[in-house]
Design a binder for this molecule. Sequence first.
Ligand SMILES: [Zn+2]
Ligand SMILES: [Zn+2]
Length: 369
Amino acid sequence: MAVVSYKCPNCDGPLVFRPEKNNFHCDFCGSDFFRQEAEDANKNAKDAEKTEHVEVFSDVVESEFKDISHDEAEDEQFEKEAATYSCPSCGAEIITAESTAATTCYYCHNPVILSGKLSREFRPDRLIPFTFPKEEAERRFREFCGKKKFLPKEFLAPGTFSEITGVYYPYFIVDAKVNGSASGKSKSVRTWVSGKYQYTETTVYQHDRSGFLDIDGIAVSAYKDGDRNLLKYVCPFDESQSVDFSMAYLSGFQAEKRQFKKDELKNDIMNQVRNISEAEFRSTMAGHGSISSMDLTINEYKDQWEYFLFPLWVLTCKYKGKLYRYALNGQTGKVYGELPIHVPKLLLTTFGMAAATFIVLFIMGGFLI
Ligand SMILES: [Zn+2]
Ligand SMILES: [Zn+2]
């Protein structure tokens, strides 16, 4: 399996994608390159060397494992979960999770792309590049924490947080065409008094609708191992800003390949389609009270799937034995994640409010007497 590292054509230093400038930068000599130049440089280097394509060391791994007589199931598990590659810059072994497609060499800190993991059916159709750099991600996260009133002070102390990492996560984006019909009931109630009788009139309305719906851009995470809520609620992304997939964008970031097949996510998408369709039909049934129950039938359905990589800044924090995970949308800056609450502070305020209410009541009571 191929290992790619984008190198500076001037000095051979590592090239890293810079979101804020939308170009590729070499920290060694300070040169900047456009995407095409970075890709060309990588292609030329490959042509010149021909040999730097490193094969997975599966044979080596196997024999080594036999030597130290590991349990066979354990071997299989290891091969499934970790693949061994060598870094094109320093030759050190790079061990990653099975799904990781781009990472940084632990020894020389050069960006490394395990391009074979994103080939054939795992090659994404499109990608949304990061739009702001790491420093901006850190600033936005601090701002997010700063807005929370009951956040414990120690939570923001140095060392509580992991380093913030830019990761491209796999998603499917689905455009659906729906031909459906819906029927719902609502009622309005009128009461009046005439003489010694009270009258109640209940009118039941039947609403029938049918029509075509075009639903674009339904997103579903195609990554199994992560926190699915985090990957869901950090959406939406604006796909109109996406570009055709190019390996070069991954340089300097981490990337994960998809772990789900389309079929495994069909139900998830169908539920979203039903919810959106129901809300659309419901919005046309206004007037005559609210709709109590609704039947939705989907008569015809077509969909189109595209495989995307979306940019997320992620970080974790261990606080009082609990692990907190956060994600920032690398395109819009939206932050998602649960923050710990400082309980004594919150109780004090609640108590303060109760006391204030009591005093007001007491004064009012005083007036009434
Ligand atoms: Zn350079
Ligand atoms: Zn290295």
